[in-house]
Design a protein around this ligand. Sequence first.
Ligand code: BT5
Length: 261
Amino acid sequence: MAFSAALDGLPLGRWQYFPTVGSTNDVVATWAADGAPDLSLAVADEQIAGRGRSGRTWFTPPGSALAFSLLLRPEGLPQADPARVAGLGALAVAEALEALYGLQPEIKWPNDVLLNGRKVCGVLAEAEWLGGELAWIVLGIGINLTSGAVPPLDLLALPATCVASEARQPAPAPHTLRAILERILYWKSQLNQPEFIAAWEARLAYRGQTVRVASGLEELHGTLAGLAEDGRLRLVGPTGEQRLAAAGEIRLRPEVDSRAK
Ligand code: BT5
């Protein structure tokens, strides 16, 4: 099977390919509770209960997308922070799509990857806490490879696209998966380093633009300046004051787009 060859030599724990599954994040969380090793991986062609943040739906129709989840145990992370791990996923996808397909992906902080301003990938990092300690993080990534994966616009908050349309070439799932995993493995040990924050920051969408960031009832407005040292989003307000937004349940929008996610 093509995935076995593509994953050859990577230091994965348990791994399994599913033609159809509910959600790969749920599969890996179940494995984690059963003691699966660090870097266990579930890959699916189709998800029938794919999830975004806050219970939103992530569409993964068959034969057109890549959906996978990777188990990250805190022992293997220098900084066990789910927000940073979401950034790790987005950065790895952005770098892989650039290297493989010559694209210029941008990261819509904290967890989306955009191509030409359209969403091509969503990242969902879910943490499990046991007795106040982080037990594990499941890093879930969904990418639209061909146009069949792109949901109709009326179901979306942001326009979406797929790798093959943007790259004007085929985007094979196994090949794409391997490149992303290699970048995750590269950056994973540097999550607490300024180089990681700088690489994440360099790819931010809407830099220099006026944006609003909504979190619960709170809304921040300002020019998107970059990231703080700890990975929070840095906005500069009208009188030059700095405002920091922490990832969590958050919506980031350029001011021109007033639709809610
Ligand atoms: C995300 O949430 O973008 C995170 C998506 C994570 C999916 C992966 S796939 C593997 C693993 N298993 C899972 O069950 N999940 C993870 P959020 O930022 O909340 O965005 C969700 C929104 O994206 C939806 O409300 C739609 O508007 C939009 N959306 C859904 N499917 C999409 C698609 N295929 N392409 C582009 N946009 C989509």
